[in-house]
Ligand binder design. Structure first.
Ligand code: AMP
Length: 281
């Protein structure tokens, strides 16, 4: 496994490798790797001759007062995970190399970024799309792998790729969960044991919503109300949002339609930790 920090060096290396016709799979992450990231890497490993893992905690996607400074980092451990998963290249640039002084170019995807995470974290998606496009330019993937756990992010990136004619296939990887259903997240390490137990309610509530929908419930207000009640019953969890949206446009839905897919998404704060989760129904 080869580690590269310099963007130009990474790009030149990739351009050289592409000449041999190898397919390149890229897995963009912020590091502190867990089984969710590993699932992305494994899919990339299966479908490409070369796998590039990018590790960069991107300041542009964190708002003021968010957890950029205390986002967990452990490059030593990540390196070992990357070796275990047979990654070919790790690209982990410095902030100064990605956003040098005078940096001025940003990508904004409209509409789909207006709800949910976009509403609660203004500027977040602008940071995400900007860094992802930069990473695509540097690593020139044939395939890029994103988790369903960040469902809106995945669709925002798909929209950017389609609107800007970027020659990359976006691959969706299902959410990897703990035994009790909690979606794996680098931020879970900051949950106290008690909070960790409470956090399991999120997936329980989403699953309960799925059952209710299967039994015929179609009202957004009733489903969302039920999820909110289940979460509130657990105690010290503050809810940012619980919403039902169209899984492509991320527009809010008031009544679920038969024979259509919907995404139920939520974001909460447990102590200092902000968690998101979603299911497609
Ligand atoms: P992050 O390092 O949190 O920015 O995540 C990097 C990538 O891993 C994103 O595409 C995430 O959607 C994906 N990811 C994070 N957690 C999970 C999970 N539990 N299951 C599947 N993919 C995940």
């Amino acid at each position: 496994m080869i580690e590269i920090a310099n963007p130009e060096e990474m790009q030149e290396t990739i351009i050289g490798l592409k000449k041999s016709g190898k397919r390149i799979g890229v897995v963009p992450t912020m590091g502190y790797l867990h089984e969710g990231h590993r699932a992305l890497i494994r899919d990339a490993r299966k479908e490409n001759e070369l796998v590039v893992l990018t590790i960069f905690v991107n300041p542009a996607q964190f708002g003021q007062g968010e957890d950029f400074d205390r986002y967990p980092r452990d490059i030593e451990r990540d390196r070992q995970a990357a070796i275990d998963e047979q990654v070919d290249y790790i690209f982990h640039p410095s902030i100064g190399d990605m956003y040098p002084e005078g940096y001025a170019t940003y990508v904004d995807v409209e509409n789909i970024t207006e709800t949910l995470e976009g509403e609660w974290r203004p500027g977040h998606f602008r940071g995400v799309t900007t860094i992802v496009l930069k990473l695509f330019q540097i690593t020139q993937p044939d395939n890029a792998y994103f988790g369903q756990k960040d469902a809106q992010q995945l669709m925002v990136i798909k929209k950017m790729v389609s609107d800007l004619h970027i020659p990359v296939k976006i691959k969706r990887v299902p959410t990897v969960r703990e035994k009790d259903g909690l979606a794996l997240s680098s931020r879970n390490v900051y949950l106290s044991p008690g909070e960790r137990q409470q956090a399991a309610v999120l997936y329980r509530a989403l699953q309960r919503a799925e059952v209710d929908i299967r039994r015929g419930e179609r009202s957004r207000d009733i489903i969302v109300g039920m999820i909110r009640d289940m979460i509130k019953a657990v105690g010290n969890i503050s809810i940012d949002y619980v919403e039902i949206v169209d899984p492509v446009t991320f527009r809010k839905v008031q009544f679920l339609e038969n024979n259509r897919e919907h995404c139920i998404a939520l974001a909460v704060r447990i102590g200092k930790v902000r968690l998101i989760d979603n299911i497609f129904v």
